[in-house]
Write a protein that binds this ligand. Structure first.
Ligand code: MN
Length: 422
């Protein structure tokens, strides 16, 4: 077991009941404080910890790291050091902030590195190089197939053989809290008329999780399913915003383009794969048996509870979906093995989206398209209004956490409001 995951550990920093961030989490993020330069931090309870201050003052000494690695606008220089190094770093933070370390609590240099979450501004944690989005929920792919193609053949013939994906766009990946203007584009409201140029009338969210990679292998080499987790730094919540009307008209034959690249939101803190190990679970059974390079051993899925809240302006939030990352048919190790099987190289800071995470019941679907079933079953909001898609002024908030009898490891939230089109 990873020592920093020991459920009996407690921190001398207070952790509120039900917090996503006990000492067993120790996620990584980037923040600024009252206009200071950006720096790398971790979080315990509601306290953000500045790793650049700790390292510069000699309170945090980890082989392979200098203070400069943490005086950065992104986690990439830290992630460049690889899995063994970041594992040592997380362990050193666990040791420093554990109740075992009585002296640290009264150390003035350490106190100077601690800030309330309320006094810092979170930044994009990763300089994302390439962004790939998969389509790995069987329930989601089946629902979309039923609605848009053929209920009798909802899954396309390749779906059970290939972790289907497409290359997305990294420039429009944004951080939680940044709002989005409704996108404009070509839509075709009437099948018998030519397309029109207009603001999208069918803005939707996609409940996903993302994973961030370390440097992979050189171009031409492949990462096996058994090696894959050594190349995954951590995970975040991910909302892959989508304009369904733009998507429907443009997506044949090359897949999503402007329907997806106007914005994709990620949560502020990257939770390491190490911290998630206690929540590894078996993946769903795969039938037909997958090709040999996609076979894997052990528990490669993760039990992460997910929810989506929708808050129209001037009323309270309604929880409209409860799902779980463990429902995914294709796991991250299979996705990464497939991504590199042709020799494609992944790099430090690449982002991989899971694909919309839908469960088997209607209250666990991961998009408005499915929840309101193409507009035929509108959702009732707390103010009595109905939603088929996301309206101007609506805020979408996604949350995720793992929980067992001992510990809760959470991701916080990813949220954004849809503003009127520009
Ligand atoms: Mn997606």
């Amino acid at each position: 077991m990873i020592a920093a995951n020991n459920p009996s550990l407690r921190s001398w920093i207070s952790v509120p009941e039900g917090s996503d961030f006990p000492i067993q989490n120790l996620p990584f993020g980037v923040f600024t404080k009252s206009g200071s330069t950006a720096r790398v931090g971790t979080r315990i309870g509601d306290t953000v910890i500045d790793l650049s201050i700790l390292t510069a003052s000699g309170q945090l000494e980890v082989a392979g790291f200098t203070a400069e690695d943490f005086s950065q606008e992104c986690l990439n220089p830290m992630m460049k050091k690889g899995k063994e190094a970041t594992r040592r770093l997380r362990q050193a933070l666990s040791d420093l902030f554990s109740t075992e370390n009585h002296a640290a609590a009264s150390n003035e240099s350490i106190q100077k590195a601690l800030f309330s979450v309320n006094e810092v501004d979170m930044c994009m944690p990763v300089q994302i190089g390439d962004y790939t989005d998969f389509y790995s929920s069987k329930e989601h792919a089946t629902n979309v197939g039923i609605m848009f193609r053929d209920p009798a053949n909802a899954l396309l013939p390749n779906w059970l053989w290939i972790p289907v994906g497409y290359h997305g766009r990294s420039s429009s990946v944004i951080i939680s809290g940044q709002d989005i203007h409704r996108p404009k584009g070509q839509i075709k409201p009437d099948d018998n008329e030519p397309p029109i140029f207009a603001a999208s009338r069918q803005v939707d969210f996609e409940l996903e999780m993302g994973f961030i990679t370390y440097d992979g292998k050189p171009l031409g080499d492949s990462i096996s399913t058994n090696e894959a987790e050594d190349f995954i730094f951590g995970m975040c919540l991910f909302n892959d915003w989508s304009a369904r009307d733009i998507q429907k008209w443009e997506y044949v034959p090359l897949g999503p383009f402007l329907a997806k690249n106007f914005a994709s939101s990620i949560s502020c803190w990257i939770v390491t794969l190490d911290a998630l190990q206690p929540f590894a679970v078996e993946s769903p059974e795969q039938d037909p048996a997958v090709l040999s390079y996609l076979t894997f051993e052990g528990k490669k899925s993760y039990d992460i509870q997910l929810e989506v809240g929708l808050t129209p302006e001037n009323t309270t939030e309604k929880i409209i979906s409860n799902s779980n990352f463990k429902y995914m048919y294709w796991n991250m190790s299979q996705q990464l093995a497939h991504h590199t099987v042709n020799g494609c190289n992944v790099r430090c800071g690449d982002l991989m989206g899971s694909g919309t995470i839908s469960g088997s019941t209607p209250d666990s679907f991961g998009s408005m398209l499915e929840l309101a079933w193409k507009g035929t079953k509108p959702l009732l909001m707390n103010d009595g209004t109905e939603r088929r898609f996301i309206q101007d002024g609506d805020t979408v908030t996604m949350r995720g956490y793992c929980q067992n009898n001992d510990v809760r490891i959470g991701f916080g939230e990813v949220k954004a409001k849809i503003l009127p089109s520009k």
